[in-house]
Write a protein that binds this ligand. Structure first.
Ligand SMILES: Nc1ncnc2c1ncn2[C@@H]1O[C@H](COP(=O)(O)OP(=O)(O)OP(=O)(O)O)[C@@H](O)[C@H]1O
Length: 289
């Protein structure tokens, strides 16, 4: 068995060297052949593809947050490799939603014991950007933008930018076109969710990563205290169960927004948009569970 580990050493803003040592040991004990690719934030996609073609792994295990998982997942699709996930990020939204152990070594033991392969969907935005967990426009995307620009990693970085993101986010008017018709909405944030919850445990919908669908969730009101309680994607405080009560489930949608708004996918700021075309890519990921 050949295992390629792709690890983001900067994920979560903490030192992962002990985890990497334990990972090497556990893999050697299993008698697996392994390689570790450490991401740098530069040319990671190209390095991953080169590594896959040279090493020829049977499976790929990614350690990082949603951003690293997305990068790896989208690039292994053509190779039909199975994927394992080690949560090393700050929020670990997807890993949390999938019920993966929060301790990365336990998560690795679970992957090595895994007997099932779960087919998982991804989403595609505007025919080019893939998403594994959740994308959104509005206040949370602005928070992600500020966080990335601040260079501060970890929860503290998010907390510092939360208040100003809420204050600066205007009301958005959107027109949503799906196979079921045309709907107009108003709100401060709209999420497009593959999984059923954010990393904080904030419940988004009854959807699942394996149902071939995604959920569009409009956040109508954004009272500051409710937002802080909900913690958006990050601050794990309380859960406002009503925050994502306005949900549409679909396989494809077009969304027009009345202004250019910040857009993020899996914790990565993608720029300003006033139009999104979203489609589900059913079962493109084979996840070891
Ligand atoms: N060695 C590295 N040093 C700094 N940044 C990196 C490195 N490797 C990858 N990155 C960047 O890390 C981001 C992905 O981070 P990821 O989502 O995996 O972890 P995270 O800690 O949960 O992120 P965040 O702190 O944004 O929540 C990408 O923007 C990627 O370019």
């Amino acid at each position: 068995m050949k295992v390629l580990f792709v690890i983001n050493p900067a994920a979560g803003g903490t030192d992962h060297s002990k985890t990497i040592d334990a990972m090497r040991q556990l893999t050697a004990e299993k008698g697996y052949q392994s390689e570790i690719l450490l991401t740098t934030g530069e040319r990671d996609k190209e390095n991953l593809i080169r590594c896959i073609e040279k090493f020829g792994p049977d499976r790929v295990i990614v350690g990082g947050g949603d951003g690293t998982i997305r990068m790896v997942a989208e690039n292994i699709i053509p190779y039909k490799l199975t994927l394992g996930i080690l949560p090393l990020g700050s929020a670990n939204g997807l890993a949390t939603a999938l019920g993966i152990a929060s301790n990365p070594i336990q998560a690795l033991e679970q992957i090595f014991q895994a007997t099932n392969i779960r087919s998982m969907d991804m989403l595609r935005f505007n025919e080019e950007h893939l998403c594994i967990h959740v994308g959104d426009i509005g206040v949370n995307a602005l928070l992600v933008k500020k966080y990335n620009e601040s260079g501060e990693r970890g929860m503290i970085g998010y907390a510092k930018n939360l208040l100003s993101s809420i204050q600066e986010s205007p009301l958005l008017k959107t027109i949503i076109r799906t196979a079921d018709g045309i709907i107009t909405k108003e709100g401060y944030m709209m999420a497009f969710a593959n999984a059923h919850m954010y990393g904080t445990g904030v419940h988004i919908s009854e959807g699942s990563v394996s149902d071939g669908k995604f959920e569009i969730c409009n956040v109508e009101k954004l009272a500051l205290d409710a937002a802080i309680k909900a913690g958006l994607t990050i601050l794990n405080v309380f859960i406002d169960k009503n925050m994502f009560s306005d949900v549409i489930s679909c396989t494809e949608a077009e969304v027009e927004i009345d202004q250019k708004v910040p857009f993020q996918i899996d914790g990565e700021y993608m720029g300003m948009v006033d139009h999104l075309r979203i489609e589900a890519l059913p079962g493109v990921i084979k996840l070891l569970v």
